[in-house]
Each structure stands twice: as C-alpha cells, then as structure tokens.
Design a protein around this ligand. Structure first.
Ligand code: DGY
Length: 438
C-alpha cells in the first residue's frame, strides 16, 4: 500500500464521518443505525479529536443530552425520527426529555473525554477546559450510576441486563444465559436490520425474540433500576464492561487532578480500586483468560470471546498472566487472514460472518491493542493494529470483517471503523515485528 493510497483512505475516513453527521452527532451508518449510539460516538469522538477537537466535544455533548437524571447514559439517543430501525422509541417507552432507549452501553465516554481534552489543549482550542469540566461531571454521574445500579452487591463487577448493553449482541458469551430467557414478547417484532444487511451476518430471529422479551420486561418495570435488577431474567457481571469502566475511571482520575474536587478524586480512587480488584478475581490460569460471571446461575461464563482479554485495558498483569494471555491471543490469530476473531476458530460457536460470533471488529482491536501496549506487549499490539489498518485498506470501512478471508461484512461506510482507521494507522506507525497481516 503506497503512501498516496493511505492518504486517500484517510480522506475517505473523514468523508464518512462528514456524511454520517446528523448535526453534531454521528450515526454509526446510514439506515441500519440511524440514531446516536453511545459507545460508537465515544470512539468517533476520538477520531474527530485528531483533526477537529471542537467537533469531537460536540459528539460527546450531544450524547450527554440523552443522559438520564439518575446518571445513566442510554445506548441510543433518538435525536430525530427514522423509520429504518427497530426497535424505535415507541417500543422503549422511556420518559426522558429526549427520546432514548432504556439500557446502556460500554462507558468508553470517560476514555474519550480524556483523549478529546488532551487533543483540544494541544490544538489550543478556546473554551476546552470549560467543556471538559461539564462533561467530566456527566461522566462521573454515569460512573456512579454504574456502581449503584449495576453492582448493588459490591462485587467490584458491573452487570449487564441485556446483551445489547455489552455491544456484542449475539456473542456466544450469552448463549447459556440467553437460552433461559423466554422467547415470548408483547411487542410485535418488525426487524428492519435484515432489510439492510444479509440475515446470515445478523443475529437470528430467536435471539431477537429474547432481546425484545427483555425490553418488554424492563419497560414493565418503568425502567426503574431496582425493579429491573430484581426481575431481570438475564444478569451477567461482564468482564468487558467492568474493564472498560475501570479504565474510564482511571482516565477520569487523571482529569480529576485538574477538574475534580478532593472528594471526587478520592471517590474515583475508591471506585477504581473496587473495579480492578473485582476484575482481578476473574482470572482463570487454566483458561489463560478472564471470565464473566452469570449472576443468575452463579456459574463462570467460559465461552471464549474477545471479552476475556478486555481486562488488559484496566489491569497490569503479572508476568505469568501476560505470558499466558499473549500466547492465547497468538493461538486465536493462527490461520486467520485478519485477527483478532471475536470468537476463536476452535470454538464450536465460531461463525466467521455472523456479527459477534467470530468477525473482527476494528474497535475491539483498538481496545485490545491499547491493553496489550499498556502491558508491555508492544509488538503484538502493533501487529493487531497494522492488521486492522490493512484489512480496512483492502475491504473498505465495513462494520466488521471475516477473519478467515478478510471480507468486509455488515453495514458499510461505518463511522467507528473510519475513526479506528485514523487512530490505529497512527499508532501502528512503528515497524511491525513478527509475521503476517493479522
Ligand atoms: C442493533 O440493533 O443491532 C444494536 O446492536 C442494538 O444496539
């Protein structure tokens, strides 16, 4: 790939963000996802930070418009109507001043805020401190919500009550727990996603019946966190979510040195300690990975998925853990054209084209490479970043990629893939060591 082609791709990435702009917020892609999504926007803000920090703040500010009074930042903010998506605001039936969904998504927000703030200061953007100060408070309120609503028993792990909250909707990690959720719904299901993307790349109808059963259940609780907690038929203390929250907490601790009070600094330090200790207890040496906990059955979630490595973004592993994790990640990459698969090929659940059951996602690689680098595995981090950049250069800015062929799948002109391209291309600048495109 010569430098000119790389330059063109960078222009294309920016053009995608411009095209998906709906007025200060970015839709993940046209039609398939026509609203503002929580963690998509956080990644997109980090992409904007590279060339337009003002627009990066706007992305986070528009997301924060959807924040509930109790602190939750919802997974979708329905700023403007669209009939190309199901389930729309009428199914969620929430009562916030702007229409939103009633569940949340990984809190990348705090990570993004630090990133955007640092870029804005470097660029000398006027008013940056004031904007950061306001968003810092929004992030802090959302972290408090997480601990209060989703770790009421003080495990040091936060729970998801819906697979959509994880962002990894149909991951094999949820198979056992989701099978216990009834497939009956009071809402009539009218899927739109399979009109935009081939059904073989999307969750199955049966998954959707259970997803909507959960929405019906929580809507019947009036979206009250305590009632939801008490009646949830799906409740998983998720290592990926906890790791992202812990890492975002560390980023807020950094910002709190400038923008927080001394009480807020010690509150964040306590939060961080609670989450990192909780995560550390989920390590399983015999599996070479971390495992989530099914709070209904009390069982470990042993299905191998990318979530099992996500604690790297928050923890400093010891030598034995680091060696085990890097060897395991290398094993998952073996024989793949693009790594890292979100489910490894040796798993019986592996489906290389079906959404979160195997495909490679650029933002997952972004986080994992960040965690590997933080843990001293610079070479492996660079290889993963470089492989992601090359996959995008070959197949385009797709939603996800088949790890066995490199084919681009799902929606196209995808905002977070464009952001990931710009960020990972810069980070993988160091010469790659080791072989292969993965
Ligand atoms: C979807 O509709 O596919 C989303 O992942 C839910 O947030």
């Amino acid at each position: 790939m010569n430098d000119m082609t790389r330059f063109d791709r960078e222009g294309e990435a920016r053009a995608i963000l411009a095209r998906n702009d709906r007025g200060g917020y970015t839709v993940p892609t046209d039609r398939l996802y026509p609203f503002q999504w929580n963690w998509d926007s956080a990644f997109v803000a980090m992409g904007f930070a590279l060339f337009d920090p003002d627009r990066a703040y706007r992305e986070l500010e528009r997301l924060a418009e959807g924040q509930w009074d109790d602190g939750m930042i919802p997974h979708i903010v329905f700023h403007a109507p669209s009939d190309t998506y199901f389930p729309g605001p009428e199914v969620w039936g929430t009562r916030h001043r702007i229409a939103t969904s009633g569940i949340t998504q990984p809190p990348v927000f705090g990570m993004a805020l630090r990133h955007v703030h640092e870029a804005a200061v470097k660029a000398g953007l006027p008013g940056a401190d004031e904007r950061t100060r306001v968003l810092f408070q929004a992030a802090l309120r959302s972290h408090r919500w997480w601990l209060r609503a989703r770790d009421p028993e003080g495990l040091g792990l936060v729970a998801i009550l819906h697979p959509w909250e994880s962002g990894s909707d149909n991951s094999p990690a949820w198979d056992v727990a989701l099978a216990r959720v009834p497939a009956t719904t009071t809402t009539v299901i009218r899927r739109k996603d399979t009109g935009h993307v081939d059904a073989s790349m999307r969750p199955r109808d049966e998954d959707y019946q259970r997803f909507i059963h959960l929405v019906d259940t929580y809507r019947d609780c009036g979206w009250d966190p305590q009632r939801q907690w008490a009646s949830a038929p799906f409740k998983i203390a998720d290592v990926q979510m906890t790791a992202i929250l812990a890492r975002a907490t560390a980023d807020l601790m950094h910002l709190a040195e400038t923008f927080g009070t001394s009480e807020e600094r010690s509150e964040l330090a306590d939060m961080h300690q609670r989450l990192t200790e909780g995560l550390a207890r989920r390590w399983r040496l015999e599996l070479s990975r971390f495992v989530s906990l099914d709070l209904i059955s009390g069982e470990d979630v042993e299905a191998p998925t990318q979530a099992c490595f996500m604690p790297l973004v928050a923890l400093h592993l010891d030598d034995a853990q680091r060696g085990a994790v890097t060897t395991e990640i290398e094993r998952w990459r073996q024989g793949m054209v693009v790594g890292l698969p979100t489910t490894p090929a040796f798993s019986p659940a592996f489906e290389p084209k079906r959404y979160w059951r195997g495909p490679v996602w650029a933002v997952v690689n972004w986080l994992l490479a960040d965690g590997l680098r933080m843990n001293g595995a610079e070479d492996l981090a660079c290889q993963i970043e470089r492989g992601t950049v090359q996959a995008i250069e070959r197949a385009g800015f797709c939603e996800y990629f088949d790890p066995t062929t490199g084919e681009g799948l799902g929606g196209d002109s995808f905002s977070w893939t464009a952001a990931a391209y710009m960020v990972l291309r810069r980070r993988s600048g160091a010469p790659a060591t080791g072989a292969g495109a993965t």
